[in-house]
Design a protein around this ligand. Structure first.
Ligand code: RAM
Length: 361
């Protein structure tokens, strides 16, 4: 894959992210505690001891397995991973399915295991479907890092979380409340029905909305499966089924851009609010034409970059995945492993007409 995002832009993204950063809670992601016996012989075993001074060996094979390949978000995230792998003189590869269904990643994991890669970095389409394949990969010596969307914590060494689930979910509800006045019907257009990340956010969104905005009613959650056409049609369906709908929240870059395209060419433009998680480059025209007021995202390039460095730190033995360990992630600086093997990238940015042109991803 071509490294189309320079490290210069990565630094630019870091500066830009400070422009409109949300203040988020620091609560860790949920998850069960990893059992000591479940490490499968990889560097992530709780009993292994870390050597923070260990050098990252050159030639590490680090493979990225996104939810799906034909998703611009993952092209950016994996590009960040490739930049990091170049910096540590490793061997980068990217493999993955064309659709984000629950078990579509299993055969790719099995192949990577046979190839003996040192690190698998993956965004899980389902919390459980890839667990036994990942267990085999770890038993064969691979280090497993999830990023973006986690698997069962017992099946990986680390999860690189884009931000806290609470922060991501609550900011989407707050943005929606601001845009539709806090009262009326709202629907959610999600990715796939199994997606660990979207499902975690939706659960928190529902609870938070019920507590903070009792007059906001979440009337439906529909699934566009992270496919553009299906997301477009689901948007159309929502507006037909709920003529009183005041807003749509789409916590997926594929969903929000398809929904924006539908709304911008319809009678609902500027009347039905739309927010969620999108890339600035996909959403720019819809902010400029008045379809969308504000939406959010973290920097996907930084997420992939951090995940690759975390995998290298595991493979080098600098860390084992235990709480409190620290490692250096190139230009992003030092990160600390939190409870349940979670490393949090930082805070998402809210994009609107005032700042969207400061971002190019
Ligand atoms: C989509 C994917 C991804 C999610 C983003 C916000 O591209 O579902 O997992 O993190 O949206």
């Amino acid at each position: 894959m071509t490294s189309f995002l320079s490290s210069r832009r990565l630094r630019g993204g870091l500066t830009g992210a400070a422009v409109a950063a949300l203040v988020l809670t620091t609560a860790a992601c949920g998850g069960t505690t990893r059992g000591e016996e479940e490490g499968g012989g990889s560097a992530g075993e709780a009993s292994a001891s870390a050597n923070p001074d260990a050098e990252i060996p050159s030639g590490l094979k680090i493979s990225f397995l996104p939810k799906q390949l034909n998703n611009p978000y993952f092209a950016i995230a994996d590009g960040g991973g490739e930049n990091a792998v170049e910096e540590i003189e490793g061997e980068f590869s990217e493999v993955g399915p064309s659709e984000a269904s629950a078990s579509s990643q299993v055969s790719y994991i099995n192949t990577l295991t046979q190839q003996g890669v040192d690190v698998i970095v993956t965004s899980a389409n389902d919390p459980n479907a890839i667990c036994s394949a990942l267990d085999q990969a770890r038993a064969g010596g691979a280090n497993v890092v999830t990023f973006d969307s986690d698997t069962d914590p017992a099946c990986r060494d680390l999860f690189i979380s884009q931000a806290t689930s609470e922060g991501i979910a609550q900011s989407q509800i707050d943005l929606m409340a601001e845009q539709m006045g806090g009262a009326g019907q709202v629907a959610i257009l999600s990715a796939t029905a199994n997606a660990t990340n979207q499902n975690a956010w939706i659960e928190i969104m529902e609870t938070y909305a019920a507590e903070k905005y009792p007059d906001m009613e979440i009337v439906a959650t529909v699934y566009g499966d992270d496919e553009d056409e299906k997301s477009f049609q689901e948007t159309q369906g929502l507006l037909q089924t709920y003529p009183e709908l005041k807003g749509i929240i789409s916590p997926t870059t594929v969903g929000i851009s398809a929904a924006a395209r539908y709304l911008s060419g319809s009678e609902y433009k500027g009347k039905v609010a739309l927010t969620g998680l999108g890339t600035p480059n996909q959403m720019r025209e819809f902010v400029k034409d008045g379809t969308v007021t504000a939406f959010a995202l973290w920097n996907p390039e930084e997420l992939g970059y951090l995940a690759a460095y975390a995998g290298a730190a595991l493979a080098a033995g600098q860390i084992t995945g235990a709480e409190g360990e620290t490692f250096e992630a190139g230009e992003l600086g030092e990160y600390t492993v939190e409870a349940d093997g979670v490393v949090v990238l930082g805070e998402p940015t809210v994009f609107n007409a005032d700042n969207i042109d400061d971002f190019d991803f």
